[in-house]
Design a protein around this ligand. Structure first.
Ligand SMILES: [Zn+2]
Length: 278
């Protein structure tokens, strides 16, 4: 259908306006992210990584490396017993409708990537646990499913008996991350063991307005670790193992991490919020 020159101009003007609006929002977000990151750096107390035993709970295959890959690598070097637990099967990262078989294929691929990433950080495959809960659905659990998930987390905690438990920050933007926080908290609350809880940050560093919910008391409990170059290199190698999350796949359309995301998470700093303990 032919459009009049005036309509074309309108469309072109509209397109330019939309494009400029999008660029402006992206730039504004990047500036706010930088400022929030600088504030964290100012407020967070530098701490040394210890050889205390730990369990890291990750909603998806890559969150453990993005949020605390340097910490995991350092603990491995120090000989600390460490276990990584993935809550979901990672199968919901497709832009297209998927059959159960295709979803299982994606899960299997992400599982292999996770094992390669954790190997790069210095971990043994035996210390990696996949709970295989449905990706993208943790917030939709009914009572019975929720209880079953909490039971699985409790079983890992009982078997491994860690001194430190790492979980995503309660407002970590992605619903599965927030649900993981709640499920792990429910599992640790019922335990008689004195776990030290460390929240790590992934999407809340990228969508930095998520950090606005931090209270003054919480801000006083922020800590940071600075990665030595060897551990930083291991973290970068582990991030590179998650190829499906950043490299377009010619055979299927998967949701990719935003531009600049991996560079941002290759920072030599990792931040944590300590909820309890010494
Ligand atoms: Zn995630």
């Amino acid at each position: 259908m032919q459009t009049s020159p005036e309509e074309d101009r309108k469309t072109l003007a509209g397109r330019i306006r939309r494009n400029l609006g999008w660029r402006w929002r992206r730039l504004r977000k990047a500036v706010l992210r930088r400022l929030a990151f600088r504030r964290l750096r100012r407020e967070a107390e530098p701490v040394a990584v210890t050889d205390r035993s730990a369990v890291v709970f990750a909603p998806h295959q890559d969150d453990e490396t993005l949020g605390c890959g340097g910490l995991i690598a350092t603990k491995c070097r120090l000989g600390a017993p460490i276990t990584v637990v993935f809550l979901t099967d990672g199968g919901a990262c497709s832009l297209d409708e998927t059959t159960p078989e295709q979803r299982a294929e994606i899960s299997a691929m992400r599982r292999q990537e996770a094992l390669r990433a954790l190997d790069a950080l210095g971990m043994q495959a035996d210390d990696v646990v996949f709970l295989d809960l449905p990706d993208g659905e943790l917030t939709g659990f009914g009572d019975a499913e929720r209880q079953a998930a909490v039971g699985k987390i409790e079983a890992v905690l009982q078997r491994v008996a860690p001194q430190e438990v790492f979980l995503p920050f309660r407002n970590d933007f992605h619903p599965d991350h927030q649900a993981t926080h709640r499920l792990v908290k429910a599992a640790t609350a019922g335990s008689a063991r004195p776990f030290e809880l460390w929240n790590y940050f992934v999407w809340s560093l990228w969508e930095s307005s998520c950090l606005d919910v931090l209270s003054a008391r919480e801000r006083s409990r922020l800590v940071r670790i600075e990665l030595p170059s060897a551990e930083r290199g291991k973290k970068q190698a582990a991030l590179a193992a998650y190829r499906s999350q950043y490299e377009p796949d010619p055979t299927r359309r998967l949701i990719l991490l935003p531009d600049g995301f991996l560079r941002f998470f290759s920072s030599p700093l990792e931040y944590f919020l300590r909820e309890s303990g010494a």
